[in-house]
Design a protein around this ligand. Structure first.
Ligand code: 9MR
Length: 393
């Protein structure tokens, strides 16, 4: 449980945390609170990277549409990803039907504003996130064959519907964070863990130009050792078996209070994290920062102090990640505090609203926005990933 003591200890740990590189010192110079400065994607592009965000269809069209928010996206983003609309639960009301309406809203909006599209996710291979009908599906007398048919039919249909997607999270979160073992679902019960390889092979056939990604939330935090090890085992297995995988998606829900109460990223943790990234990139994989936000659950209530702490941690983290030339894509998991998924989970002790994204409730750029901009400015140049839709038809 979070206590005032852990809260203060957390803030102190952040303040005392060693700076990762000399460059990180510039993060201390906060940008003006209401001036967003240059477009984040322009700064990213100058270094061979892309910046974008997750978005929900509801802010683009319908009664909750929010033009002030979409103006921010248009200014800062070179890519969008559906926060929920391309998951099985959204696309597949039942075994026969595909409902693309909500995801189409996002895809059409992205296309109209010259933003590329990432895809999340062809298979969230975790029983909690399967639609009920798939969990209860009767795979009949030849379960392996039927499971493979259901899976590959889904992947083919979805990839064909969105040929412009430049990068697909093929599998999401299939490594158990506690044990490092692979999770079981109705599909793996029917066809074995071959389900993962089949998903990648089918995605390669159906989306030959897309970057294919394994996406997960392992981090440097205490308690993540088994998770990191499990992910590396999975990636090694993919490489050994010749499974077509191009990148590791590092979700990057960083900060305090996700899995534990720490906010730190100390030298020892940084070393562990680099070891993990070295191993993944050593397998020839690119890195995608796929769901970036900075949780402020245990940070002090004062918004100025809190925003600065969020920005400082964000900057140190991005500096480290950008030191890998394999990091080419940064997707924020939302750009505007009130819409963040973190508002609904792990409440702050003071009950206050969270401040985990680049823009506050008044649509003003926060220090985190400046920190992301500075991290792009400081990043070494790299070879860009081709994200143009013209090349993927
Ligand atoms: O932000 C998403 C939230 O709106 C959904 O309710 C939730 C369940 O579908 O998924 C959230 O997004 C998750 C993403 O799909 C996978 N990585 C963790 C993200 C945050 O939970």
């Amino acid at each position: 449980m979070t206590t005032r003591r852990t809260l203060l200890a957390g803030a102190a740990a952040l303040a005392a945390a060693p700076l990762a590189t000399p460059l990180a010192a510039s993060a201390l110079a906060a940008p003006s609170r209401d001036a967003a400065g240059p477009s984040l994607n322009d700064l990213a592009k100058a270094k061979g990277m892309t910046f974008g965000s997750a978005v929900s269809a509801g802010v683009i069209a319908g009664p909750r549409r929010d033009p002030r928010y979409t103006a921010l996206l248009e200014r800062d983003c070179g890519a969008l990803v559906c926060e929920n609309e391309t998951k099985w639960v959204a696309l597949r009301p039942d075994a026969q039907t595909f409902d693309f309406a909500a995801a189409d809203t996002i895809a059409a909006y992205a296309g109209a504003h010259d933003m590329a599209l990432r895809g999340h996710t062809l298979l969230w291979h975790h029983p909690d996130w399967f639609p009920q009908w798939l969990t209860n599906y009767d795979f009949g007398s030849r379960p392996a064959t039927e499971a493979e048919r259901v899976l590959s039919d889904h992947i083919r249909r979805v990839c064909a519907h969105y040929p412009q997607v430049f990068s697909w999270d093929v599998i999401n979160e299939t490594v158990d964070a506690q044990t490092g073992a692979l999770r079981d679902t109705s599909l793996s019960n029917a066809m074995g863990q071959r389900v993962l390889d089949v998903a990648f092979h089918t995605a390669r056939e159906a989306a030959p130009h897309a970057q294919l990604v394994y996406n997960d939330y392992m981090s440097w935090e205490a308690g993540h050792e088994a998770h990191r090890a499990g992910v590396l085992r999975l990636l090694e297995g993919f490489k050994t078996r010749g499974v077509p995988i191009d990148a590791l998606g590092v979700q990057s829900h960083i900060g305090s209070g996700n899995q534990d109460d720490s906010v730190g990223f100390d030298t020892a943790q940084e070393r562990e994290w680099r070891k993990f990234l070295d191993e993944a990139t050593g397998m020839g994989l690119d890195i995608v920062i796929s769901e970036f936000d900075v949780h402020d659950k245990n940070l002090p209530a004062d918004p100025v102090v809190r925003d600065q702490a969020v920005a400082d941690l964000g900057r140190r983290y991005l500096d480290l990640m950008f030191s890998y030339p394999q990091t080419k894509t940064v997707m924020a998991w939302g750009m505007y505090d009130p819409y963040s998924w973190l508002q609904g989970r792990w409440p702050r002790e003071d009950g206050g609203a969270k401040r985990p994204t680049p823009f506050d409730a008044e649509y003003r750029a926060k220090p985190l926005h400046g920190a992301i901009a500075d991290a792009f400015r400081a990043a070494p140049m790299r070879t860009a990933l081709d994200i143009t839709p013209a090349n993927r038809n």
